[in-house]
Design a protein around this ligand. Structure first.
Ligand code: HEC
Length: 98
């Protein structure tokens, strides 16, 4: 019974982290970020945006979708207003073509 509970907890945690690029996969992360030129937004995104889920890279959402998402995520990641606009500029610049 105890094992069952432990397994369920692990499953829930793993499920919660599912989606996006796993930040522990350094090689893939480096390759993914090498595509973008350096900017403050890129650095902030890289530092703050894979703490709860994997990296949800800019090209996975359209430029119309990002502002609403960044509004929600900036609070979660406790970004300052400046950091928030830097990240928004970064993700919309490389957003998926709509
Ligand atoms: C404190 C935890 C946390 C942090 C930090 C965080 N997120 Fe999230 N993120 C979530 C959760 C929980 C969800 C799923 C619920 C939701 O969509 O609001 C999510 C969902 C998302 C989605 C999918 C939204 C959709 O509508 O498909 C994107 C994209 C995303 N996050 C990007 C980011 C970016 C960019 C950052 C950095 C600024 C960030 N997240 C930081 C917790 C976090």
């Amino acid at each position: 019974m105890k094992t069952l509970i432990q397994c369920s907890l692990i499953a829930i945690v793993l499920w919660g982290c599912a989606g996006g690029l796993n930040p522990k996969n350094t090689e893939k992360v480096n390759a993914a970020f090498a595509k973008y030129e350096d900017s403050d937004g890129k650095a902030i995104f890289r530092e703050k945006c894979a703490k709860c889920h994997g990296y949800k890279l800019p090209e996975t959402k359209t430029a119309e979708k990002w502002p609403g998402i960044i509004d929600r995520m900036a609070k979660k990641a406790k970004l300052t207003d400046d950091q928030k606009s830097d990240v928004l500029a970064f993700v919309t610049k490389h957003a998926k073509a709509s």
